[in-house]
Design a protein around this ligand. Structure first.
Ligand code: SR1
Ligand code: MG
Length: 383
């Protein structure tokens, strides 16, 4: 990696973005969520672009958690693969600068993240189905189901098990079940958070899922497909943020996505916004139905393995969903959907999320999407 790297700021990014912008850059603002990277919007009087730059540390944890900037290269490589399989569903990449670990993208200035729309109870039609089709296309299209073995093995070599995979391993599968310094939780649920560490069945399920995450290199997955990794406006939805991409298990992306929808649903329930809860239920159902439908469309529907493949996929997704729900309550990175609630609603939603996560991880295998969803958001789960 080149030594010519310097972190950009709102002044230096003007010069950096100039070649990619119609007109003279006049203004830049930092718009990132603060977890990992610097993200700037740079404007001229006629146009705007987004510049995303990797920092040499995990921003949310401060410079005490160093990370290489290689994730920018992983993101650029994954975008290349995923946009061929799901054309039009990613932002257009304008440029990748290796030395600066920076990507320049088209500015989706009229879009907001799906998480923001969910928090604001703003319905956006079509988003769930689009994300379902995206998942089916990239999961099947980079797996041995559709990609010829030799091509797949060549592609596999470009995606190492990266440092960000280690971050996921730690934050999702390990830290919530230990007294880890990175954990964060409200005092109102401290007893429940601490009980996770003494729950042998749950710790064993988490260890098993961590092993799956590390060893099942089934498809080139997104690796961090929560509702903040989706940008939407009426009629147009795009998937963003590919730095966590790696060859991993089929069920991980759908599990993470469904978990984040479940957390939104629990937040709206706790706030008494039942009309929007019903909309989130519909999104979750539409997401899974679109994914299953697209799998059928892409794969020979008379393939005898098809039905068993889908059931196994759903079971896999349900267990990863359980892990994601728990870590977004007691781990380092929380779901704003729930954290933005005032008490006591926040603790109610957190309690139900831990219960939903446990039910998904410890219950009998789910058979239908409805089983999965009922466990994730049901009122009668144990916590
Ligand atoms: C790396 S910081 C914490 C979280 O933010 C990312 O979006 C991933 O979800 C990660 O676990
Ligand atoms: Mg992200």
């Amino acid at each position: 990696m080149s030594n010519n790297y310097v972190p950009l700021d709102v002044r230096s990014v003007l010069e950096f973005a100039e070649p990619f912008l119609e007109g003279q850059p006049v203004e830049a603002s930092e718009i990132g969520d603060g977890n990992l990277n610097l993200v700037f919007r740079v404007r001229s009087d006629r146009a705007s672009v987004i510049v995303k730059q990797a920092l040499p540390y995990l921003r949310i944890a401060g410079d005490a958690w160093p990370l290489t900037r290689h994730r920018a290269r992983i993101e650029a490589n994954a975008i290349e693969v995923h946009e061929k399989l799901a054309p039009g569903l990613l932002p257009r990449t304008v440029h990748f600068n290796t030395a600066m670990s920076a990507l320049v993208f088209e500015d989706l200035s009229e879009h907001i993240t799906w998480r923001e729309a969910l928090i604001a109870a703003q319905p956006v039609e079509g988003v769930a189905e689009t994300v379902g089709r995206y998942c089916a296309a990239v999961i099947l299209g980079t797996s041995d189901v559709l990609l010829p073995s030799r091509q797949r093995k060549v592609l596999r070599r470009d995606f190492v098990y990266s440092e960000l995979c280690l971050v996921t391993e730690d934050l999702i599968f390990t830290a919530p079940y230990l007294n880890a310094p990175s954990n964060r939780y409200d005092p109102e649920i401290a007893d429940e958070a601490e009980a996770l560490r003494h729950d042998r069945a749950l710790r064993s399920a988490a260890a098993e899922m961590r092993f799956s995450f590390k060893t099942r290199d089934e498809a080139l997955i997104h690796g961090d497909l929560h509702s903040g990794s989706v940008m939407t406006r009426p009629g147009d939805t795009r998937v963003i943020d590919f730095e966590f991409a790696f060859f991993g298990p089929f069920g991980f992306d759908p599990g993470v996505l469904l978990a984040n929808l479940a957390l939104s649903r629990l937040a709206h329930d706790a706030a008494g916004n039942h009309a929007f809860s019903a909309i989130v239920d519909r999104y979750a159902q539409q997401y899974w139905a679109a994914l299953a439908e697209e799998i059928k469309r892409l794969w020979n529907p008379s393939e005898p393995w098809h039905a068993r493949f889908l059931s196994q996929f759903l079971r896999d997704a349900s267990r990863f969903a359980g892990m994601e729900m728990i870590r977004r309550i007691v781990g380092l990175a929380h779901a704003k959907d729930i954290d933005s609630l005032a008490q006591p609603a926040r603790a109610v939603a957190q309690h139900r999320a831990i219960g939903g996560g446990r039910a998904l991880m410890l219950g009998n295998p789910v058979h239908t999407f409805e089983d999965l969803w009922q466990r994730a958001v049901g009122e009668d789960n144990f916590a």
